[in-house]
Design a protein around this ligand. Sequence first.
Ligand SMILES: C[S@@+](CC[C@H](N)C(=O)[O-])C[C@H]1O[C@@H](n2cnc3c(N)ncnc32)[C@H](O)[C@@H]1O
Length: 261
Amino acid sequence: MMHNWNFVLPPSRPSIIEIQRIREHIHDFPKDVPVGILGSTPEYRDLLHELGFSNIYIFDKNTKFYQQMSTIRAYTNGEYFVEGDWLNTFLECKNMFQFLLSDLTIGNIEYCQRELFYSHIYNSLLPHGLFFDKVLTHPIRNFTIKNLNDKYKLLPVNLETINHFSCEYLFCSQLLELKNIVDTSLFYDELEQEFKNDLKLNKLSLLAEKFITPRNCTWYYGESWVNVEKTYCKMFNSRLIYSDIKSSPYYKRLTHFINKK
Ligand SMILES: C[S@@+](CC[C@H](N)C(=O)[O-])C[C@H]1O[C@@H](n2cnc3c(N)ncnc32)[C@H](O)[C@@H]1O
């Protein structure tokens, strides 16, 4: 899986602005009512501890990943770890949480399971509960490979560039249209062909593969937002919507939702 999470930067992880936004919304919530995180996101786990929450639930199907993420945290506070697929584990948690945090989880859920998934989230929240959810939405056209090549040929080879390379080529480019999913092995094969006469682009691709997004991964991104939105958090009463910042590689393609039950 994500073997080198230390090299992965926002927007593929929670940004300072997103963390601050969540902090402002939840800082005066009661500290003893259960709160939860989808996935093992270290930044969110540190945040909830800093704010003094005492019943923190982490939902992840991968215990090893949870343990690995624990090593890059600031704190070692107690948490309830719930192992298993979100589609099963949330069934056991009806009306339990005052809020849930989620950073880029939608791509892990097959398109046909989305409606069910969001109904489980809804049901696990208390009345008026909040679901903070950062979503890669694809509301506009994908980048063409040609335009990306022109841009990346001029960029320095560093950690920021390879992070942006992963975001733009793998998650927001025309490659998505091959299968309507992200298939990293297939995408790197395609790029290898594309870059065979360009040393710099080839190097960026190899570094992105080594440090940011490995082969053998699949995510359910590629459908356009008009279609995806039809099954997105339909049961919720209201939502606040925040866009990503201009300097982000996901600018105009990423939304931080605060859905209210
Ligand atoms: C939250 S997501 C995206 C990464 C996120 N940006 C972060 O900072 O952690 C990654 C985590 O979700 C977990 N995961 C993915 N699909 C899952 C599922 N269906 N049920 C439970 N956990 C899942 C993975 O094991 C991984 O720990």
